[in-house]
Design a protein around this ligand. Structure first.
Ligand SMILES: [Zn+2]
Ligand SMILES: [Zn+2]
Ligand SMILES: [Zn+2]
Length: 336
């Protein structure tokens, strides 16, 4: 019986090693349950401390003026932005070196006014508002001709890079197409050039037929454990029909996404006992050049393994849990 397998990601072409030589050892996993404790007095994201988080760029409010309590989702500029809205677009070239100003946008989406509420515990209609905030901000950032692409991401727990416990996600817009997105755009473009089809559509169709890696399913969105999962319990959420960009999805698709995202996050949370995780939204670059072959999607990346010299040296992650087993375990979680 083959217990290790090199699997190739159909989009990026990158390989992972699914290694089932031994049952995963406890030391393969970093299980540090994320706890959302009482709000520290200085949490800037808690309701009532709007001034500390900064002026809002967008909010979903039941009432009340901007920058006061009464919101359910609130978007502000990051107070310590890694990319700044002021700056030039010019490239500087010096021999083999190329640089440019750290121009861009870096925004924070405060997902709930309540400090101790994890995002998967929000009602689906409140989670819908978080997705609505992502969509609205992406639409706005896209209008800035200086930006080439944006990614939305979420860090949950220290092991996933979160500095603050209070549930939030971030939006970063770049003057370039950042590497992780660019790699997918190129891989998808190559598949499109060869076959005339979107690789994400092909993979979604295949997964729906196969079923072994399906985690959850709605009429419009499917959740799978990807064939070449880089980490245990990695999950991707993909619209079933071809759609290059998240910022153009309908309210109904946002609704379906909120339902399935809550469902899958709750399953991962239960199966891995409140793991740290990252969430990544990939939407096509703003130029539109990649739209025929690119397909927006969301990735859930539990941070329960540590990458060693093996991963950094080879670029081939070793994953001790097969995606089929992860999908089976996630499907088995009783949600209720
Ligand atoms: Zn808070
Ligand atoms: Zn597609
Ligand atoms: Zn992606």
């Amino acid at each position: 019986m083959v217990t290790t397998e090199l699997r190739r990601d159909p989009i990026t072409g990158r390989s992972v090693l699914i290694d089932l030589t031994a049952q995963p050892h406890p030391h393969d996993f970093v299980l540090e349950p994320v706890r959302l404790d009482d709000a520290p007095a200085e949490c800037p994201f808690c309701e009532g401390r709007e001034a500390d988080a900064g002026p809002e760029l967008l909010a979903w409010r039941e009432g009340g003026p901007a920058n006061t309590p009464g919101w359910s989702v609130r978007v502000v500029a990051n107070r310590r932005p890694m990319l700044r809205i002021e700056g030039g677009q010019d490239r500087r070239v010096e021999g083999v070196f190329e640089s440019r100003d750290g121009l861009g946008a870096h925004e924070v989406v405060i997902e709930t006014p309540m400090h101790d509420q994890a995002v998967h515990r929000l009602d689906a209609d409140r989670l819908w508002r978080v997705l609505w905030a992502w969509r609205t901000r992406l639409q706005d950032l896209k209008r800035d001709a200086r930006f080439a692409a944006a990614v939305v991401f979420k860090n949950h727990g220290r092991a996933a890079g979160a500095r603050l416990d209070h549930s939030h996600s971030q939006i970063a817009a770049y003057p370039i197409v950042p590497a992780a997105l660019d790699e997918k755009v190129r891989g998808a473009g190559e598949h499109y050039g060869r076959t005339g089809r979107c690789v994400f559509c092909d993979l979604t169709a295949q997964e729906l037929t196969d079923g072994r890696r399906t985690v959850s399913d709605t009429l419009s969105i499917i959740a799978i454990a990807p064939f070449a999962s880089r980490v245990p319990f990695e999950a991707w959420l993909l619209p079933r029909d071809h759609a290059p960009r998240f910022e153009e999805v309908s309210d109904a698709t946002l609704e379906a996404m909120a339902v399935i995202l809550k469902d899958v996050m709750a399953r991962v949370d239960w199966a891995l006992e409140r793991p740290a995780y990252n969430l990544v939204l990939h939407t096509a670059p703003f130029s539109g050049d990649a739209d025929a072959g690119f397909h927006w999607h969301l990735e859930i990346i539990p941070r329960v393994t540590r990458w060693s010299g093996l991963e950094w040296g080879s670029g081939v992650p070793r994953n001790p849990v097969s995606p089929e087993e992860a999908a089976r375990a996630l499907r088995a979680v009783a949600i209720g």
